[in-house]
Design a protein around this ligand. Structure first.
Ligand code: GLC
Length: 458
């Protein structure tokens, strides 16, 4: 690929990103999810908190910190808009999934937020507040503006988030319990309980909170709980979510129905639940964190974002990170194929699809969240690969992105076992697709250019 072509792809990605910027009272406050004018779903005009993350990373790398600062401030202000159902109280630590800005002509209009009450899936965005905090850290590291994080408004906000996320609910493990579809996979996909992506974000958020909350009396108790939870969560994930050949052998021969505190099969997983596809799939010197874990339930599917974030945040050991990247090496065709990277492997099919997704036509096998390919994850793939010294894999994935994404019109996702088809209901001009490519490219060009994850072991 010649450098002029690479530059034209980058220019096109930057152009899409710049055109997506949303303004309020003349100030940039976020980016729209997609600029595809033919889309039916109107909420793609909105700024989604999770979608803004790769956009923000691009702005920070360019030294354009203002938009990120405005975004962080606005999201805090919007929390007051959460509607409360009768018989409920406001969940003050929750942050919105997305917000829309009023049209320019509406000079008195205010941005309005969605807390999952009007989104299609009607789910509470558990990931938003965690992304907000991680982004705050990225902003502080990049701009040096620690004063923002130390301001009363932001200290207060962080406390509210931590209070909510550390509050006791019905847990029996250090992992966080959430409803189905409460993160990037925001439609029913059997990801209720303790999905990996939430645990990885929780871990990253706890590290961030420990760094950014001031060590003053009012924070003492929260900081102490956060530190303990961080450790127990880390050990728990590293031991119980981990799956390699040796662990699979152990599970295969598990005794069940063990009573008491010394149980080896802690969660009473029945070996009969091991799916057929996994037999022979995990090679030697490779492994991954399983997608979900709860009483009597191990979801063996490989959920990509959770694994990549775990590598980036140091939730996995160095050895486990190496093994996850080895899995990519062996199963490149299944996990990357013609478009980096598949969101989860394998797809659920047949009757299992019907009861896992509620017969969701968008999540048919090998499409969308159910085994589709999402180029927006390129940045996380590159970050994880680079952190693990696998520049070769990061390069290989990025090449595919350069070759296809601009020509295909920056699609949101791809379908098919190998990701050869543009997603049936995919938007074009999807902003985090373009931002993800820019970040991945920048990381490879100059790994030191993005110090945002540095002290979380990046
Ligand atoms: C889809 C994705 C979600 C994303 C949104 C906007 O609903 O599942 O993760 O935030 O689109 O792009």
């Amino acid at each position: 690929m010649d450098s002029a072509y690479i530059q034209s792809v980058l220019d096109s990605a930057h152009d899409l990103l710049n055109r997506s910027i949303l303004y309020h009272h003349g100030k940039p406050v976020g980016t729209a999810a997609a600029l595809d004018t033919s889309v039916v779903a109107p909420n793609y005009e909105e700024c989604f908190v999770r979608d803004f993350v790769p956009s923000a990373l691009v702005f920070l790398m360019k030294g354009e910190t203002e938009i990120v600062r405005n975004f962080l401030n606005l999201v805090v202000d919007l929390r007051g808009q959460q509607s409360v159902m009768d018989g409920h109280e406001r969940a003050v630590g929750l942050m919105p999934a997305s917000f829309r800005v009023p049209r320019e002509s509406d000079v008195n209009g205010e941005p309005s937020a969605d807390f999952g009450d009007r989104a299609i899936g009607r789910v509470a965005p558990v990931d938003s507040a965690m992304w907000w905090m991680l982004l705050l850290r990225a902003y502080v590291v990049n701009s040096g503006d620690i004063a923002l994080a130390h301001s009363e408004k932001f200290q207060d906000s962080m406390r509210m988030v931590l209070q909510m996320y550390l509050q006791e609910s019905f847990e029996t493990s250090p992992a966080m319990l959430v409803p189905d579809a409460s993160f990037m996979i925001d439609r029913r996909m059997g990801v209720y309980g303790h999905p990996l992506e939430i645990q990885a974000l929780f871990y990253g958020m706890l590290q961030t909170a420990i760094e950014l909350l001031k060590p003053v009396a009012v924070n003492e108790a929260l900081l102490s709980t956060a530190k303990k939870r961080l450790q127990t969560l880390r050990s728990y994930v590293r031991i119980y979510y981990w799956l390699d050949q040796q662990r699979l052998n152990e599970i295969h021969r598990f005794r069940s129905e063990e009573f008491g505190h010394d149980a080896v099969n802690l969660l009473n997983i029945y070996p009969e639940t091991i799916p057929d596809w996994i037999d022979g799939w995990v090679p030697e010197n490779a492994g991954y964190l399983v997608g979900n874990l709860g009483p009597g339930r191990m979801d063996f599917r490989f959920f990509v974002f959770g694994n990549l974030l775990s590598i980036m945040f140091g939730l996995t050991t160095d050895d486990q990170s190496t093994q996850i990247m080895n899995l990519y090496d062996t199963h490149w065709d299944d996990l990357v194929g013609q478009m980096p990277v598949k969101i989860c492997y394998p797809a659920v099919t047949g009757e299992k699809w019907a009861y896992t997704t509620g017969s969701d036509p968008k999540n048919v096998p090998w499409s969308y969240h159910n085994g589709g390919h999402w180029p927006c994850l390129l940045w996380a793939f590159s970050g994880a690969a680079l952190r693990n010294g696998r520049d070769d894999l990061a390069h290989r994935a990025l090449q595919i992105g350069f070759k296809k994404l601009m020509k295909d019109g920056w699609p949101e996702y791809y379908d098919g076992k190998k990701g050869t088809l543009i997603g049936r209901r995919s938007n074009y001009q999807q902003v985090w697709t373009a931002a993800g490519l820019i970040v991945a490219h920048q990381l490879l060009e100059d790994p030191g250019a993005l110090p945002v994850f540095e002290s979380i072991n990046f």
